[in-house]
Structures are given as C-alpha cells and as structure tokens.
Design a protein around this ligand. Structure first.
Ligand code: PMP
Length: 396
C-alpha cells in the first residue's frame, strides 16, 4: 500500500497537467529512429529526431559496433577510474579533441551527465555563473549542483549580459566567473552570439562554456558553432553530445589538457558511473572520423533544411527565426499544438509538439528536424500533409 501523501501528490498533479494539455504521451518506435519510422504499425515521415546526419542507422557505424561487441563484449565492466577505461574510450577522446581542435577531451555517458559533471567540478559556492535564460535543462541542473550563484541573462541579449557581468565583477563577491550558453538553441534554432559573448568575457574575465549539442555536426561544416565563428582558442569548455548528429550516445568536454586532467579526478559522473559501452565508443569514434573526412552529409542536411523551411514558410506557417535546419512551426496555444501534431500523425508525419515547460507558455510549437537522410519525396509528402492540416485547423 503506497503512502496517501504520494498518491494525492501524483494524482492531483498528473490530472492538472492533463487538463492543461501539458502531459506528454510517449509513442514507442517499432523501427530504428531513421527518416521513416513505424509507430503502432503505421509508417511515418520522421521529423522529430536529432539524428541530423542519419548516422544512427549508418552501416559503417553498425559494422564497427558489431566488431566491438565481439571483441570487448557489451559493457565496460567498471567505472573509468577502477578498470572500466578501455583503449577505445581513449581513442574516442583523442578523436573528439582532434575534431574540436583542443588539446584534450573527456567523455561521459550523456550530454546531460556532462553538464552535471563539468560545471560542478569547476564552480562552487564562492563563484557566479552567467547563464542564458534559454539554456538547456542539464545546464540549469549542473549550475544548481555547483552551488554557485546563478545570474540569468535575457536570451542572447548582449547588453543584459554585459551589465550583469560588470556588476558581478565589480561586486568583488565572487572568486570565479563563468558564462554559459548553448551554441544552438534547440527550440528556435538560433545561434549564440559567440563573438560578442567572448568580447564581454575578455573584458570581465569570465570563463566561457559552450554547450554545442545542436551545433556539432551542423554548423562550421560539421565541426560546430565554435569553429563556425573561428573561436577555438577563446572557448574554455566545448561541450557536446554524441547522441544527436553523431548518432550514438554519450557526451564530452573538449578543452585544455589540465582542464581535462582535473575533470578526470573531480567530475563525479566520470568517477562514479560506468562509461558508454564498447559499441557506443567505436561507433561514435567512427562517426566523428566520417565527419572529419567529408562534408557530404552536412551539405545534404543544410539542403534539406532549406528546402523544408522554404516550403513551410511559403505555406504561411510561422517558422520563427531559425538560423539552422531546426524548423519550428509556432502555433501558440498548447492544446491546438497538440491537436496539430496528432492530426499530422494521423496523416503520416511525425512532428512532435513541444509545449511548456520545454518552451515558455503560449509558444507551443511543432518542431521539425530535417536530416541528411530525408529524400525530397519524403519532405514533399510532409509538406502536402502540413498544408492540409494547417488549413483544416485554421493555422494557415
Ligand atoms: N545539452 C543540450 C543543449 C541539449 O539539447 C541536450 C539534449 N536534449 C543535452 C545537453 C543532453 O544531451 P544527451 O541527450 O546526450 O544527454
């Protein structure tokens, strides 16, 4: 018999979310998360994955993963600092450092873990973090865990950042100061104003931390947002995930060697949680090698992104101000957003609704993530459905 307090808490809150259209149903996939997916026996054009380059199902990655399973088995067997560091984890980290143009890199089990790990290993209660208000949840949690003072600045508002950085510096209250931003903001597809952020950081002696989960594999011909701006020498922490464009799972910090040495002895998910599996490590390494060898997949991603954006815009949808292939269709009302997504599903398009708390209230949207693996026919099929349902619901 569970506690009555728990039961009341859960039932009241779940009911409340459902009534306000804020309860997200989860649809399990019966296929790989590729450009076409199967849910409940239905085949759909998939516009919801972060598999930007189609690498999650790439034959070359699958092959090395199979070989790694044969050689190393399916698990790393222990945390990294006991004896769970396999040579392929080190190879992955060396490859990431090369990819990012840094002295060294450290890998984690996920991008989420990486932010929890890295922020709290460097910042403490005597420090302050200037954090963009739209930064990812894992950054918010990493900041909380560090116990540093968090000073939120308005989204990509450089005047606000400058004023707050100046005040923090001049207060003399903090030992260390850091500015943290996403490289690409995943709900709107806009890019951080890194050159200005770095100028402010230099003026007020801030460490610079960029989480490029949605920029790696996408911007800078694949190398990421920092490379896109040519600022590799100015960013102290380059964070990334291996789960989106790279197509596998895991996260990393790339930076100076002594930073990586510090994280290896002080970041708790590295010390106390087992690393990614052998198959993950080699598949991610292979993906990064492919990205460094050729821009073919990256070129195709942008081509498809531009095609979908133009199509949706000419139909009359509000696609916001995305600067990347991420293409939101902003609807506003949460319930209408969910109905829109449901009707798209019924007509063969999987584009997930994203509502509060992932985005601010009243800015519900259906977010489209075109990938390098989509064909023009698939995108045209999606656009035809968008037109039909958009008109049906009075959105266009
Ligand atoms: N940071 C950002 C900016 C992200 O968008 C995400 C993924 N939602 C993460 C971190 C977490 O990455 P992962 O899925 O690898 O945990």
């Amino acid at each position: 018999m569970s506690s009555e307090t728990l039961q009341t808490f859960l039932q009241t809150n779940l009911q409340d979310l459902k009534e306000h259209g804020l309860y997200n149903e989860i649809d399990p996939l019966e296929s790989a998360n590729g450009q076409m997916i199967t849910i409940n026996g239905k085949t759909l054009v998939n516009l919801s994955s972060n598999n930007y380059l189609g690498l999650a199902t790439d034959e070359r990655l699958k092959q090395v993963a199979k070989e790694a399973i044969e050689h190393y088995g399916v698990g790393a067997g222990a945390v990294r600092t006991i004896n769970g560091t396999l040579d392929i984890h080190l190879k992955l980290e060396q490859t990431i450092a090369k990819f990012k143009g840094t002295e060294a890199a450290i890998s984690y089990q996920s991008g989420f873990n990486c932010n929890m790990a890295a922020i709290s290993a460097v910042m403490d209660k005597n420090d302050a973090i200037l954090s963009d208000e739209l930064n990812h949840a894992s950054i918010i949690d990493g900041c909380r865990l560090s116990r540093a003072t968090v000073i939120r600045f308005n989204h990509s508002d450089m005047e606000d950042l400058r004023a707050k950085a100046k005040a923090a510096k001049e207060s003399g209250k903090y030992n260390k100061l850091m500015v943290i931003t996403d490289g690409v903001f995943s709900m709107d597809g806009d890019i951080a104003k890194l050159p200005e952020i770095i100028e402010i950081a230099e003026e007020f002696d801030l460490m610079v931390y960029v989480d490029d989960a949605h920029g790696s594999g996408v911007l800078g011909k694949g190398a990421g947002t920092v490379k896109h701006f040519g600022l590799q020498d100015k960013v102290d922490f380059q964070i990334g995930t291996l789960s989106k464009a790279i197509g596998v799972v895991g996260g990393y910090v790339a930076g100076r060697r002594d930073l990586i040495d510090w994280l290896k002895v002080r970041s708790r998910p590295f010390l106390f949680s087992t690393a990614v599996t052998p198959a993950d490590a080699v598949a991610a390494t292979k993906a990064i090698e492919l990205l460094m060898e050729s821009t073919e997949l990256n070129d195709r991603l942008w081509e498809n992104g531009d095609y979908l954006k133009k199509g949706l815009k000419s139909l009359g949808f509000n696609i916001g101000d995305s600067e990347t292939p991420i293409t939101p269709c902003i609807v506003g009302d949460e319930k209408l957003t969910q109905t829109f997504s449901k009707r798209l599903f019924e007509e063969g398009v999987y584009a997930k609704s994203i509502v509060f708390p992932t985005v601010p209230k009243g800015t519900g949207r259906v977010r489209n993530m075109p990938t390098a693996a989509h064909t023009k026919e698939m995108l045209d099929q999606a656009l035809t459905v968008y037109e039909k349902i958009g008109k049906e619901l009075g959105i266009i």
